[in-house]
Design a protein around this ligand. Sequence first.
Ligand SMILES: Cc1ncc(COP(=O)(O)O)c(C=O)c1O
Ligand SMILES: N[C@@H](CCOP(=O)(O)O)C(=O)O
Length: 462
Amino acid sequence: MQYISTRGAAPALTFEEAMLTGLARDGGLYVPAEVPVMATADIAALAGLSYEDVAYRVMRPFMGDSFSDAEITDCIARAYAGFGHAARAPLVQMQPNHFLLELFHGPTLAFKDFAMQLIGQLFQTALSRRGERVTIVGATSGDTGSAAMEAFRGLDAVEVFILYPHGRVSDVQRRQMTTVAEANVHALALAGDFDDCQARLKDMFNDFDFRDGVKLAGVNSINWARVLAQVVYYFTAAVSLGAPHRKVSFTVPTGNFGDIFAGHIARRMGLPIEKLVVATNQNDILHRALSSGDYVTQGVTPSISPSMDIQVSSNFERALFDAYDRDGNAVAQLMDELKSGGGFHISQGALGRLRDLFTSGRVSEEETSAMIAQAKRDMGELLCPHSAVGVKVAQHHLGTTPMITLATAHPAKFPDAVEAASGIRPPLPARMADLFERPERMTRVENDLADLQALIRGEVMA
Ligand SMILES: Cc1ncc(COP(=O)(O)O)c(C=O)c1O
Ligand SMILES: N[C@@H](CCOP(=O)(O)O)C(=O)O
């Protein structure tokens, strides 16, 4: 199994190499050269299996010779053992033909745990075999950061730096990052928004002296392994509703496009998915792009669903690669236009292909709050604001095909917004009850590449 770059000018890598590399050296994102297809009978045979067994069967073909069967099984078992629900990703019915896929039972209460817990195990296995150390730098709008810290804290082989936008994450999200005691993790509060954090991260990858000097690795969804681990729950959810003998649709609260891209991969593997619906908050660049063909950044506007406050949506590049018939030059040109001019126009043919793959909707702040209140009142579900964005958009796409909306975070991560909307302040789970008493440790940083690099180099070389 080989992985190629969306910009067509970086060497093809194995799964393990792509995982440890993160961003391709031509600035692109790694994708499988070919997506393995599962036979209908093999999908049907997933019914009734544990989450871990489904994970093995879905992910194994993507890993080639990088890990032995025993290593993969072991990593999967360790990854999900700490989840707070036996099903790992339980499906609950909200309305006739509308289901909620609860992805917030992991250690940091967001869907990021599904991938991060697994790649923590895979990194550890690969790095101890190689006898190497790496420096992980991540950008977060709130959830990736704490999930990464939880997965990598205390490990000898990694030093972790997480850039988050100062003042733009919820208090719970911030404290989940700033109260981690282990010395190998560092929370960096950047003066800027998430796009700034992600841009500086990519700058670091594109500076080869720095990249090679600190042995930079990435755990954002630029890392293919992150996307792969997220493919699994599309299978568990669809199969539990009758796939492959029945089609299902998914609505996905979307920001960086990693989660919905995982759904796209599940469909390419043979899972009968009718619609993949992109749900955005007021930072609606994806909805505008799919509606008009113009992908134009407008600056990030803070919202009550802060984890989706993103304009430069990293994984959309992977979708464009498929929409442009895997033409790396065409994608590289679009990405150059984005960097130099803040946007690009999607060709008519590529737009048609994107619209065949994805539908979209956008939800205002008022609609998000109203949806939280309505879901509690009429459906008995207390939603986080991101999940509420998903549920609201999904309601425009309900029909005869079962719709599954991804509930991407626990409401307790956003107590102020949830309380303001529903009158209910969701409590943190008992194991996190003292989160607000724990001492915080973080470094305020400017949005300046050289300063950031100096800080990281200093810590790594100390
Ligand atoms: C709670 C939550 N919902 C939705 C999203 C959007 O997911 P993606 O970036 O994969 O589109 C994120 C951030 O990634 C998130 O943290
Ligand atoms: N919403 C994310 C943003 C980063 O997304 P990723 O999937 O690329 O790691 C977050 O919560 O940090």
